[in-house]
Design a protein around this ligand. Structure first.
Ligand SMILES: O=C(O)[C@@H](O)C(=O)CO
Ligand SMILES: [Mg+2]
Length: 254
């Protein structure tokens, strides 16, 4: 069974951010991720994670405008300076939090020039931080209209073109199902590039239980394929977070 992390941007939102770490640990998670941690001091977040005994698994590069703007800058031609500035900030946070991965968000763009920009920015980032693990994540355009990276072939092509050992795929099973309609077949195609997994029920993006994705089968497949990374719960709870954690394997509880 994989190791499970809680996405604290989406889970335990009944509590202030710094209190979510302990709640996640009490519920049985052993890791945590935060999409955009930038409005809280990294040392406070780090202290909360350490005192709860949680490993920080992932943060995202900062978007230019979380309140309605495009998510990320990496594929936007002409946005290279802004991307580099954002990436330096993400790097400082990731180092302070000892976060395993930085998800580099592509932003809203299209076409060959955007692809070339994405590749060049990722190559710059991989060279700037060769020790860091960087991820890119296909995101469905129903949830995020216009997002550049909404296709697994494109993601594999970009990873191949960058050719840096630090760059891999973030496989969000919810997005995979929304994009391709077959999460297991998509996993089989891309598994050797995956270094981080996220989960949610589909449709609806709630608890990973009922719906189109058979999660017990998916987790068994991860085990069978020797996936050694984290699986993050990234969904909107239907009610209280605690009330919807029946899917979390008991093994997580000490
Ligand atoms: O799946 C998602 O939406 C996230 O993993 C993300 O990074 C978007 O901000
Ligand atoms: Mg995701």
């Amino acid at each position: 069974m994989p190791r499970f992390a809680a996405n604290l941007t989406m889970l335990f939102t009944e509590l202030p951010m710094l209190e979510r770490f302990a709640a996640a640990a009490d519920a049985g998670f052993t890791g945590a991720e935060i999409l955009f941690p930038y409005d809280i001091a990294a040392r406070d977040l780090s202290r909360a994670a350490i005192s709860a005994g949680l490993q920080m698994v992932l943060i995202n590069t900062p978007p230019p405008n979380w309140a309605g703007g495009p998510r990320g800058f990496a594929a936007l031609p002409g946005g290279e300076d802004r991307f580099r500035h954002d990436f330096e900030r993400a790097l400082r946070f990731a180092e302070a939090l000892r976060a395993r991965h930085i998800h580099v968000m592509a932003g809203a763009a299209e076409g060959p020039q955007a692809e070339a920009t994405f590749i060049a920015n990722l190559a710059w980032a991989a060279e700037r931080a060769p020790q860091a693990s960087l991820t890119i994540e296909p995101i469905n355009r129903t949830d995020m209209p216009g997002y550049f990276l909404a296709d697994y072939d494109l993601a594999l092509r970009v990873i191949e073109a960058v050719g840096a050992p630090g760059l891999g795929l973030q496989f969000d099973a919810y997005h995979a199902q929304m994009i391709t309609g077959d999460v297991l077949a998509t996993w089989a195609r891309v598994a050797d590039r995956v270094r981080h997994v996220q989960i949610a029920g589909c449709p609806g993006r709630h608890e990973p239980e009922a719906g189109q994705i058979d999660y017990p089968a998916f987790f068994a497949r991860l085990d069978r394929d020797g996936y050694g990374g984290w699986v993050s719960a990234e969904y909107t709870p239907r009610r209280q977070t605690e009330a919807g954690l029946g899917w979390l394997p008991r093994r997580q509880h000490p």
